[in-house]
Design a protein. Structure first.
Length: 397
């Protein structure tokens, strides 16, 4: 069981870590984000709104973890309702970066990232709608994987935006992430989104070429460190810089999907505005102001730009860019200004939620990640490629 210490405020509750199954995850220690249901355990999504809410059943992913022999040892801190990338708006207080406690972890799965980066657990579950697994993974120096949309059930997960929500995995190494992914993936009758996997196989091919997305790389705070990493990869792979304009088109339409967030929160709003953190409330309110025709048009536009984006994989096997455009700012500089950091933190990750493609953040520094993206259904190929890079995570134990 994880040692009951919480120096980085990564945890909201410690669990006994009882083992039920005897499968591929036997004795693997796992922490679970506080927006994922665990039967009999308070689940708040770090919000006053859900104080006292205790699920009567496990999320599908929790049930599968237990059956595979994993030890679930803690629930982790997060940004309220997953509506933010700093992990500072939480009823439990900000999560602190294990590599510098004055800095943010990123979010919204910041507690999960800190749990892995501290060395307390081998893997942690997070959710990823705009980058909420990959962002904290990058800023905490660990791996963070978001699979193809629909690969993993969201049943028993508090939603943010149903058409872009993913359950993802953070870990110290790719092989353990792969074991967790294989355990969790598959059709679930309780989550209709998993029906997209019917007939969608796991494609495998050897990666030979990598495309660097110019729009998401040039001018970023971490460009120099990222370029040094790519120079090393160019000795093994064909690396070319590409213009991929659809990624910025995806960034441009994403706020329309706040309508999905507003739909969930309409049960609490209006009436409970004072129970939300200001940055979270402001983001949710955007969704209430999205007209129906704008939302429907955005869905159609999303389909078109996704089809256009996927054409780039006829030129290269894998795409890459920095995971986050900046290094983690100090918590003191973020408090009360969370909204100002939303775009710098999420700009490079959210396109791949819009496009539903698998993506993984690979640590290239304690505070910097390189993001790799594959076509839909090429999750195993992406994990194979990253494992072959021989990159190690940064953790403090």
């Amino acid at each position: 069981m994880v040692e009951k210490r919480n120096e980085f405020n990564a945890y909201v509750k410690f669990l006994e870590g009882e083992q039920e199954g005897d499968g591929p995850l036997k004795d693997v220690t796992v922490a679970v984000k506080d927006n994922i249901y665990i039967k009999g355990v308070e689940t708040t999504a770090a919000s006053r709104i859900l104080r006292g809410f205790v699920p009567t059943y496990d999320a599908t992913v929790v049930r599968k973890l237990r059956a595979a022999g994993a030890k679930i040892v803690a629930k982790t801190n997060m940004h309220e309702f997953a509506v933010g990338g700093t992990n500072t708006s939480s009823i439990f207080g900000p999560t602190r970066n294990p590599h510098d406690v004055e800095r943010i972890t990123g979010g919204s799965s910041g507690g999960s990232a800190a749990a892995v980066a501290s060395g307390d657990v081998e893997v942690a579950l997070g959710t990823d709608t705009r980058g909420s697994v990959r962002i904290p993974a990058a800023l905490c120096g660990v791996f963070g994987f978001k699979p193809t949309f629909g690969r993993i059930s969201r049943f028993g997960v508090i939603p943010l935006a149903w058409s872009m929500d993913h359950v993802g995995v953070l870990g110290r190494d790719v092989e353990t992430i792969r074991k967790v992914y294989r355990t969790l993936k598959g059709f679930d009758s309780a989550d209709p989104s998993t029906s997209v996997n019917v007939g969608l196989g796991e494609y495998k091919k050897e990666v030979e070429s990598i495309g660097v997305i110019k729009e998401l790389t040039e001018g970023t705070e971490v460009e120099e460190e990222f370029e040094r990493f790519m120079d090393k990869l160019s000795r093994r792979y064909k690396v070319e810089k590409l213009e991929v304009p659809t990624v910025m088109e995806a960034v441009g339409i994403v706020d329309v999907f706040r309508a999905e967030t507003a739909a969930y929160h309409s049960r609490y709003l209006p009436g409970r505005e004072g129970d939300y953190f200001p940055d979270v409330l402001n983001a949710i309110k955007i969704g209430f102001n999205v007209p129906a025709h704008a939302y429907v048009n955005a869905l159609r536009y999303r389909t078109r730009i996704t089809q256009e984006f996927l054409k780039v994989f006829s030129e290269v096997d894998i795409l890459t860019c920095p995971t986050v455009t900046i290094r983690p700012p100090k918590i003191s500089d973020v408090l009360g200004r969370e909204g100002e950091f939303r775009l710098p933190l999420t700009r490079n990750t959210v396109p791949f939620n819009v496009f539903s493609t698998p993506a993984i953040s690979v640590p290239i520094g304690k505070f910097v990640g390189a993001q790799f993206i594959a076509p839909m259904g090429h999750d195993e190929e992406l994990l194979d490629f990253v494992k072959g890079l021989g990159v190690s995570a940064f953790y403090t134990k």
